[in-house]
Design a binder for this molecule. Structure first.
Ligand code: THU
Length: 132
């Protein structure tokens, strides 16, 4: 992928974040996954009054893509549009559960973080991740 394609996917993640249902945390997150054949699937976080049931944007986007039949992914972008700028990159990275999902479903995808130029591999995010 080139920089302009990365920016496009990051923009799709930012747009997805606008659809977030986050009345409790007020922390809107969007994700966009890019399949090997060029399809883009967005997702946002969806919260619940029973806090532990909150669904992250990355898992929403991956589930949507899987449901549509996608199986191979070249990139995943995440956008935390309400992140505290003072936290820097760590305030905008995927949580541990999403990293485990990425390892299972998109192990060869590169991770793009909206607003940052760094790109990560899934194995960098989750070294020695659990596999069955
Ligand atoms: N969240 C995500 O959507 N993705 C992550 O990787 C980290 C956290 C959501 C969950 C919750 O709705 C809000 O951000 C605050 O934790």
């Amino acid at each position: 992928m080139n920089d302009s394609e990365r920016e496009q996917l990051a923009a799709a993640a930012c747009t997805a974040a606008e659809g977030a249902y986050a009345p409790y945390s007020k922390f809107r997150v969007g994700a966009a996954v890019l399949t090997d054949d060029g399809q883009v699937f967005p997702g946002c976080n969806v919260e619940n009054a029973s806090y532990g049931l909150c669904l992250c944007a990355e898992r929403n986007a991956l589930s949507t893509a899987i449901a549509a039949g996608a199986r191979k992914f070249q990139a995943v972008a995440v956008a935390c549009i309400d992140a505290n700028a003072s936290l820097g990159l760590n305030g905008r990275m995927p949580c541990g559960a999403c990293r485990q999902w990425l390892l299972e479903l998109a192990p060869d995808a590169e991770l793009i973080v909206a607003g940052d130029t760094r790109v990560f591999t899934v194995r960098e995010l989750l070294p020695h991740g659990f596999e069955l």
